[in-house]
Design a protein around this ligand. Structure first.
Ligand SMILES: [Zn+2]
Length: 307
């Protein structure tokens, strides 16, 4: 899958990244020292594929006009380009699934574009200039509305022959004791890690157990105030997240795991998870630093620019 294009003179000193999210689309341009020199946000027309292509084209044109440079372009988006047919799949911006997004956007922009899923962009940015920059093997995890993962080894993003490196969120939750109706995942499987450790998973499971509807933020706040059902839910959540990460450590044993996404802002995670990991991993001590992302919400768009 070559995306090089000899016809257009490359200006690799400037890198434009686009984070194509389900609700908003963000653009950043980084200079040669990977510092942002341009940023813009727009609402994603998430139900209209043609409108998404038009939006990206105009955002790129605006950035180029403003900076008077023609940068390299990387796009981060949920889902991935299938190796075998070049079509986008697994995106929660449903209108993009089954589309030849890479070909279509390269035609519109008349140059080569690199595309990776948002978790891969996140991991790349955290491994190169973020919380993971002092480590060789960095596993990045996004725990937000969904759950994604990515792997960077010696500053290189690994994607794999199926373009799914890091997608452990759709493995079943290990050491599963939650037998009271394991949740069905949008991917068609049951008891995926994502259905427990994502924010929406926490809220859904809380509602099922307690018959009370609360957002994941309110469950966290409730636990901090000492409300018992929230405390119980968070204790279970920390255990589930520990099991999910222990599973990963047993297979890969990365030098660090960097967490991003809305749920990664829960400070208690960085105290609760390390002390629970040893219950599950195949080692008598746990040396793996579990770190919060340094770039926060900007990791995705920074990583897209670094592709
Ligand atoms: Zn799944």
């Amino acid at each position: 899958m070559s995306t090089s294009d000899e016809k257009i003179p490359a200006q690799p000193s400037f890198r434009l990244g686009i984070d194509l999210g389900g609700t908003k689309t963000e653009v950043v341009v980084l200079d040669q020292s990977l510092q942002p020199v341009y940023r813009k946000r727009a609402t994603t027309p998430s139900h209209d594929y043609e409108a998404i292509l038009t939006l990206i084209t105009s955002l790129v044109a605006d950035a180029e006009k403003s900076l008077q440079v023609k940068p390299t372009i990387g796009i981060g988006t949920p889902g991935s380009i299938a190796s075998h047919n070049g079509l986008l799949r697994n995106s929660n911006t449903i209108c993009m699934n089954g589309k030849a997004f890479l070909t279509d956007i390269e035609q519109r922009l008349d140059r080569a574009v690199k595309i990776q899923n948002d978790a891969n962009c996140f991991t790349l940015s955290e491994a190169l200039t973020g919380a993971g920059k002092d480590y060789s093997v960095v596993f990045g995890v996004i725990i937000g509305t969904g759950t994604g993962g990515g792997l960077v080894v010696n500053q290189q993003l690994l994607t794999g022959p199926n373009a799914i490196t890091g997608e452990w969120g759709h493995n079943p939750l290990p050491w599963l004791t939650e037998i009271d109706g394991t949740p069905l995942c949008y991917c068609g499987k049951q008891a995926c890690i994502e259905t427990f450790i994502s924010g929406s998973g926490l809220a859904r499971n809380f509602e099922k157990r307690n018959g009370v509807t609360l957002s994941s933020e309110d469950i966290v706040l409730g636990a901090r105030k000492g409300e018992e059902i929230c405390e119980r839910a968070m204790s279970l959540y920390y255990d589930q997240l520990s099991r999910a990460l222990a599973h990963l450590i047993n297979i890969l044993d990365p030098d660090t795991i960097v967490l991003g996404g809305g749920m990664s802002n829960i400070e208690e995670i960085y105290r609760e998870i390390p002390r629970r990991l040893s219950d599950y991993i195949f080692s008598d001590s746990v040396e793996t630093p579990i770190l919060p992302a340094l770039h926060g919400d900007a990791s995705g768009v920074f990583g897209a620019a670094m592709l």
